[in-house]
Design a protein around this ligand. Structure first.
Ligand SMILES: [Zn+2]
Ligand SMILES: [Zn+2]
Length: 254
């Protein structure tokens, strides 16, 4: 299995996962043109995608899904709530497959294990993706974690984990108060302390890579996230990096 994050942050998210001849994209919050530029850097052909999974209806996750799906005839998978909230009922020429956030499903050689997450969307979910013994967790856009989430994302070989904001920087930045409350709230985004705490619990000898993700441009700093990842993972063999908004990561082999 291999994966790469093509974009990460509040202006657009997309992660590609490939194993055993099957490839999927999780979210597409950027234009097809931008996505294609990033994909070409990775030597990845978007027309070969077997599916687009949508975690929830926020624009930074769903904005480019319709155009991409129409361009290549790619089937889309999302929960009923996401489908309704994103207006995909009315989309023509797109194959939409409704998934349950509680039920495991398969796409080609990949097994998808969704987990509901506390976030201010209609029916949001995040995913563990498996192929044989390989196991990747993608977990962003959650206001807090739960015991179920801790269990669901345990034993991963690689994790893409939200480090959205630093509480201090969030309340200092120029966002309106209502936006700050939303981001910091229980249905908002994971802050650096929450992410470090969860990572401390999830780290294991199986975990090869951690990618810090969905880092806020205004309420966080890449160097802060790097420092935290280095701290939490200092006594382990796990490698780590931070996914950014304006460039794709390299491929990571799981
Ligand atoms: Zn988001
Ligand atoms: Zn969101």
């Amino acid at each position: 299995m291999r994966f790469a994050v093509l974009a990460s942050g509040s202006s657009g998210n997309a992660t590609v996962v490939e194993a055993g001849g099957t490839s999927i994209l999780i979210d597409c919050g950027l234009s097809v043109k931008r996505l294609a530029q990033r994909a070409s850097v990775l030597d990845f052909d978007l027309s070969t995608l077997d599916a687009i999974l949508v975690t929830h209806e926020h624009g930074d996750h769903v904005g480019g899904v319709g155009p991409l799906a129409r361009r290549y005839g790619t089937p889309v998978y999302m929960t009923h709530g996401t489908q309704t909230a994103a207006g995909f009922d009315a989309e023509r020429g797109i194959e939409v497959n409704e998934i349950s956030p509680h039920e495991v499903f398969a796409i080609g050689s990949l097994t998808l294990k969704p987990s509901p997450v506390p976030h201010d969307a209609r029916e949001p979910c995040q995913f563990v993706i498996e192929s044989g013994p390989k196991r990747l967790g993608v977990l962003t856009d959650l206001g807090h974690d739960t015991r179920y989430i801790q269990q669901h994302f345990a034993d991963c070989c690689a994790l893409v984990l939200e480090f959205n904001h630093d509480i201090g920087l969030l309340f200092e930045c120029e966002y309106p108060e209502s936006v700050k409350e939303r981001i910091a709230g229980p249905l908002g985004h994971f802050n650096n302390d929450q992410a470090s705490g969860l990572l401390q619990q999830l780290k294991s000898t199986r975990l090869r890579y951690v990618l810090g993700a969905h880092v806020s441009a205004r309420a966080n700093r890449i160097d802060l996230v790097r420092r935290l990842l280095a701290e939490v993972l200092q006594d382990s063999e796990t490698r780590w990096d931070v996914a950014e908004q304006d460039s794709a990561t390299p491929w990571y082999a799981v």
